[in-house]
Structures are given as C-alpha cells and as structure tokens.
Design a protein around this ligand. Structure first.
Ligand SMILES: *[C@@H]1O[C@H](CO)[C@@H](O)[C@H](O)[C@H]1NC(C)=O
Ligand SMILES: *[C@@H]1O[C@H](CO)[C@@H](O)[C@H](O)[C@H]1NC(C)=O
Ligand SMILES: *[C@@H]1O[C@H](CO)[C@@H](O)[C@H](O)[C@H]1NC(C)=O
Ligand SMILES: *[C@@H]1O[C@H](CO)[C@@H](O)[C@H](O)[C@H]1NC(C)=O
Length: 500
C-alpha cells in the first residue's frame, strides 16, 4: 500500500513538474502579476548633451577608456513615442526604465526645479495602461558629484541622493507607483570599486585599468552609503508621499556547491553571505551577516543603532536581477593579487559559471532562478520580489537576425521556473525581460544584444524590428498561446515565417 502511495506521489510530482516547466500560460500566474521588459537611461536614451544634460560617471568612463558609449544609442529620448507603441504591441503590463540624474539635475543648483523636465515626465505618464517601474539610479551619478567629493565614497552623497529622489517622487509620483532606488547595488559596488570594470572605474588590483582606488575597502564603504541612501530615500517617500512601493535591486547568482564536500557547502553559504546577504541582511535584519563581519573586520563599516533601524525594513520589495547559474568551490588559502585583501579574497571561493559568461552562451538553467527565489524566501522571510532583469544576449553577427529561437527557449524556461517558485510559496509579483530592445550594454557595448526588438545601430533612424521573441512574448501575454516547448516555438516560427 505504501509503495503504491509512493509511486502515486512520484507520478503526481512528474505530472506537476511537467505541467509547470512546459505547458503553462499567463493565466496560471496570480492576478496582478506584472510582466514587462526593461531599459535604462544611459543605455537607451542617447541625446547625451541635449537640453542641458551633463555627463555622468558612465559617460566619463566610456569616453576616457575609448570604448563604445551611450551618446546616441537607441535615441530613446526622441523615439519614446514610437517605443511606447511597441510596448502596447507587445502587450506589456509594465515597462522598466531609469531617470538620468545628470539630465534632471545638471548642476548642484537645480534641485529647486519648478517645472517637471519636459521629456522625462512623458514616459512616466504612459497613458496606455502600462505600469511604469522606475529606477532612480542605474550606474550614472553626475560627474560633478564625483569631481567634487568622490560620489558614493563620501557620505554627502546620501543627502544629495535623497534630494534627487525627492524631486523624482514629487514630479513623477502621480504617475509612478513602483520605485527602485538603486540598480544592482552589490554589483555596482564590486564592479566599480573592486574590479574597476564599470563606472566609476576605481580599483587597486594590479593589472587593471584603474587610475585610482582601493579594492580592500572602497566597495564596502560604497555599499554602506548605498544602503543608507536607499533607506533615506525610502523614508522620505513614506513621510511625504503615498500609495507606492520603494525597493532596492540586487544582482543574484544561482549558487550551488561544486561538490558534495562540506568545504564547498560552507563556501557556498559564505558566497551567498558576501554576494547578496551583504545587502539583504542589512535590509531585512538591519546588519551585515556575521561571516562577513568576522572576515572583513575593521574594513567593514558599522551601522549605528539609528542607521540599523533606518535600513531595516526600508525595502518594500527586493528587485532581483538574475542571469547565471554558478557553482562554488572553496579556496583554501586566500590569495589576493595585490597582497592586500579584496572582495574576492575575502569571499574565498571560486565561481564556475554554467555556460559562458563573457562569450554570450548563457546556460538555460531555470533551476538557478528557483534557487535564488527559494533563498530569498527561506533566509529573508519571503519579502515581495520583482524580477527586474532576466534574459540572454546574442552576438553582433546575429544581432540583426530576427529568429532568436534560443532567447524564446530561455525566456520560456525561466518564466516556467518563476511559476514553479510561486507555486512553492515565493511572493514573486513581477517579471521583466532584459531588454526591451537592443541597447548599449555595460559590458559588451554594441557587440551584444539582449533585445526582444533589434535596433539597427548603423541606421540614423535606429530602426527597431520585432524578433521572434517579441512575437512570442506578445502572444504569451495576451493569452493567445500556451506553448508546448520547442514544438510550439517551431510552430510559431512557421506561422510567422512571412514576417522574416
Ligand atoms: C587601502 O586601504 C587599506 C586600509 O585602509 C590600507 O591598508 C591599504 O594600504 C590601502 N591600499 C592602497 C593601495 O591604497
Ligand atoms: C541597417 O541600416 C543601414 C543604413 O540605413 C542599411 O544599409 C542596412 O541595410 C540596415 N541593416 C539591416 C539588417 O536592415
Ligand atoms: C493577442 O495578440 C495577437 C497578436 O498581437 C492579436 O492578433 C490578438 O487579437 C490578441 N488577442 C487578444 C485577446 O488581445
Ligand atoms: C499557428 O497557426 C495555427 C493556425 O492559425 C494556429 O492554430 C496555431 O495556434 C498557431 N500556433 C502558434 C504557436 O501560434
């Protein structure tokens, strides 16, 4: 009898997982679940010097290193009306974009702005029923703040960020309910201050292209100030405005131990603490994880009691950015290139990505999304989650190709993974594809495109064209189709063959 019962359970489990991973439709998601796609200001707007916009640290990094830049990119600044129409065609519930701080407030003296910025306010008022999801800060603080006092390394930034956030809440708050203060705060700190690969490009690791920095301490100082700035903006919102939600976004790797050894298991816990527990622990429990405090010691800033109270509970939702499944191996001695400890030697692990991270072959590993959502649920009390980025890139040579079948397969699999997590209790409330269209990428410039729509960057008009994935997403979102794996994708391709 027991055996039969066990078999029956196994059968049910299969039936259920089969249903979840392949055959599902939009209506399987909870009511009010938001599906969208995203962009960010510097990557999409262009018009870098128009209407008084001043450079951000991102402009400075691109130009000083002589790499691709966002001077024109998709020209979304001028083409937003056309793009809003594409959003409607794609049946998006929500659109994610960011506000350019140095466009809105081009100098220290423009905080008392009387009129809303004419062009920024427009995408906020999407009168189409599409919900705007706005990020205040996406790697692009004004260069004048970096020049004056080194930006996020200085606590003065907390006050300036809060004043900027206040202007945004005041000017656009009637139309915007969802605010993300800071985009992937953890990777901004590591990329900009440990590795120096991303703006503002500071580091002290030998062999890197940095003019100045200190990879032993700066990422921790910046992380601390980001958390305090987020908490301060969130508090202003609660004091002066109402009806919306303020969250912080973090970059998550789907981390699993590379072997069944105890060392790799502990290393994986440590990697989670360093990579995301760093900020999640602060937001949910008001302090850094113990492991981190023990290892980083006096290089890690300390929250005063008052700060801890402010940071704790300051995020109405967690913004999840997720692309990669990663296995973790313990590193026994902790070598660091410079002889000084840095974020990586502190963490003491090596990462092995499934698929390849820099040559654009992302593994389709939706279980990694489930690992992330389960971790947030189990370790941090199941806060509301919006998945703010997920997607795959394609190389330049295939960028203008419209048949992005691997992208459809990836998105389909990951949306299935999200559904599975929701069914096991995760409070995930939205999912955004990165990116709505091809745009200037932080790593990879124009060599890669993540877009549902391709953009012809050789064309002065920056013509947009829907890819297979745009058609697929559109159909999925209006409930026209529930795809049955690759067969359904092939059928869609055939049905649409006249458009390609
Ligand atoms: C970085 O800061 C640490 C701690 O203050 C200090 O010991 C170290 O010498 C600094 N390194 C560099 C490259 O400035
Ligand atoms: C992109 O635009 C350029 C310039 O208008 C044009 O010559 C080229 O054919 C376009 N490429 C594609 C794939 O449409
Ligand atoms: C769904 O979208 C397709 C293609 O965009 C369109 O033809 C169809 O009318 C839409 N159906 C609904 C129910 O909105
Ligand atoms: C393809 O077209 C047929 C006939 O219109 C339709 O029944 C089928 O659902 C379509 N398949 C997909 C995946 O759109």
């Amino acid at each position: 009898m027991e055996q039969i019962f066990a078999l029956f359970t196994i059968f049910l489990a299969f039936a259920f997982s089969g249903r979840c991973s392949d055959d599902f439709s939009r209506s399987d998601f909870p009511e009010g679940f938001l599906f969208g796609a995203g962009t960010s200001a510097y990557q999409w707007e262009g018009a870098a010097t128009e209407d008084g916009r001043k450079p951000s640290v991102w402009d400075t990094l691109c130009h000083s290193r002589n790499q691709d830049n966002g001077d024109i990119t998709c020209d979304g600044y001028h083409k937003y009306k056309e793009d809003v129409k594409l959003m409607v065609d794609t049946n998006l519930d929500a659109f994610r974009f960011s506000i350019s701080w140095s466009r809105l407030i081009p100098s220290k003296f423009s905080y008392l702005l009387q009129e809303p910025h004419p062009r920024i306010s427009n995408p906020c008022k999407l009168t189409t029923g599409i919900e705007p999801h706005v990020t205040l800060y996406h790697y692009d603080h004004p260069q004048y703040l970096e020049d004056e006092y080194r930006g996020w390394l200085n606590r003065r930034m907390i006050k300036d960020f809060t004043a900027y956030a206040d202007v945004c809440f005041r000017e656009f708050g009637n139309h915007v309910k969802f605010w993300t203060t800071i985009n992937e705060a953890n990777v901004f700190s590591i990329g900009g201050y440990t590795d120096g690969l991303t703006p503002p490009g500071r580091c002290s690791i030998p062999g890197r292209n940095c003019v100045s920095g200190n990879s032993s301490i700066e990422q921790y100082i910046v992380g601390h100030n980001l958390l305090l700035a987020h908490a301060s903006a969130s508090r202003i919102y609660k004091q002066k405005y109402k009806g919306g939600f303020v969250g912080l976004s973090l970059y998550f790797l789907g981390l699993i131990p590379s072997t069944s050894s105890k060392d790799d298991y502990i290393a994986t816990q440590r990697a989670k603490s360093f990579y995301t527990g760093w900020m999640l622990g602060s937001l949910i429990y008001g302090d850094y994880p113990d492991t981190m405090k023990r290892i980083v010691g006096s290089r890690l800033p300390v929250f005063s009691e008052e700060e801890s109270e402010q940071v704790k509970g300051s995020s109405d939702f967690i913004g999840v950015i997720h692309y990669h499944a990663t296995s973790v191996t313990n590193i026994k001695s902790k070598p660091s290139l410079s002889g000084n400890p840095d974020f990586y030697s502190d963490m003491g692990v090596s990462f092995h990505y499934f698929g390849k991270i820099f040559d654009f072959k992302y593994a389709v590993a939706p279980w990694a999304m489930e690992v992330v959502l389960e971790y947030i649920k189990q370790s941090y009390g199941n806060p509301p989650v919006y998945i703010l980025e997920n997607g795959i890139p394609m190389k330049q040579d295939s960028q203008l190709k419209q048949k992005d079948t691997p992208r459809v397969e990836y998105l389909h699999a990951y949306i299935g993974g999200v559904l599975k997590s929701i069914r096991s209790g995760s409070d995930t409330r939205g999912y955004f594809v990165w990116s709505f269209m091809d745009l200037y990428e932080l790593i990879g410039g124009y060599e890669v495109g993540f877009g549902l729509y391709s953009v012809n960057f050789s064309d002065p008009h920056r013509k947009r064209s829907p890819r297979l994935s745009a058609h697929w997403y559109s159909d999925f979102l209006n409930g026209t189709t529930a795809f049955l794996g690759s067969q359904g994708i092939t059928e869609l391709q055939r049905n649409l063959s006249s458009s390609f």
